[in-house]
Design a protein around this ligand. Structure first.
Ligand code: NI
Length: 263
């Protein structure tokens, strides 16, 4: 059985001590595939390096929590992200632009700048025929408005399943994929079963968001891609599927959305 972790951050400093060991263990012993997600200029550069070195997949992008504090700096960094995409566009390791989006939970003061970064990166994804991966926290209306006004040409993923019924429904209407993360396994997860049931099988993904959000029964520890299995177990339970079926379906979905062609 093989699992596909659609979203993790292997460049994170929490892996500084043993990154190579973690990557090799997850690739070889646990037979996982995973996408290491960029969230800033620096992390995007690192993600691409890791993907090349270890034969992983990577994304590049600037998250709403990592944008510079003025427009001039932002445009400069976006230009550098674009240069990475131009250089790597033929490279099978680069599979999406992200994570991008809006976060009014952590940052309320720079909403206009966040929107600008989001729209510019949707345009970048369209220009290079790439999908996007979206981070949305406490910014539902503005996120949906931007996605409706700025058509995404190559699909996208709402990462870490947003626990809001309307957002999930609207995201599905716009043909986006929904990715379930550790919180669906938490004992206090609100409506996790409902969200899992309303996402059609061909639109669901599973992710760890490692090193954060470690699922039950390893909650509170450092997360890593192999633990995506626990999220698959939860999905299997709710959807009354076998673990193998969930692994296979989410693997196929990840390959479809990220346009991964077998080597
Ligand atoms: Ni993330």
């Amino acid at each position: 059985m093989q699992f596909f972790d659609s979203h993790c951050h292997l460049d994170d400093e929490k892996f500084n001590e043993d990154r190579e060991e973690v990557i090799k263990r997850n690739l070889q012993e646990n037979n996982c595939k995973f996408v290491t997600i960029g969230y800033s200029l620096e992390s995007s550069q690192k993600a691409i390096k890791l993907a090349k070195k270890y034969d992983l997949y990577a994304t590049v992008g600037i998250s709403p929590n990592d944008i510079p504090q003025n427009e001039e700096e932002l445009l400069k960094e976006l230009e550098e992200i674009k240069q990475i995409v131009e250089t790597e566009r033929e490279n099978k390791y680069l599979v999406a632009i992200g994570e991008i989006g809006l976060d009014y939970y952590w940052n309320k003061e720079n909403k206009e700048l966040q929107k600008l970064a989001f729209i510019k990166q949707i345009e970048l994804a369209n220009e290079f025929d790439l999908p996007i991966t979206i981070h949305c926290r406490d910014a539902i209306n503005d996120t949906l408005e931007i996605l409706k006004k700025n058509k995404v040409n190559n699909m996208g993923i709402f990462h870490c399943c947003p626990h809001n019924r309307e957002l999930v429904k609207e995201a599905l209407k716009l043909d986006f994929y929904i990715s379930f993360a550790g919180p669906v396994t938490f004992k206090n997860a609100k409506n996790a079963n409902e969200f899992i049931s309303i996402v059609p099988n061909d639109k669901m993904l599973i992710e760890t968001d490692s090193p954060y959000l470690s699922p039950e029964p390893e909650r509170g520890k450092r997360n890593e891609p192999r633990k995506v299995k626990y999220i698959a177990e939860k999905v299997a339970e709710v959807k009354k599927m076998t673990l193998e079926e969930v692994a296979k379906q989410t693997f196929e979905n990840a390959k479809r959305v990220y346009k991964i062609v077998d080597k």
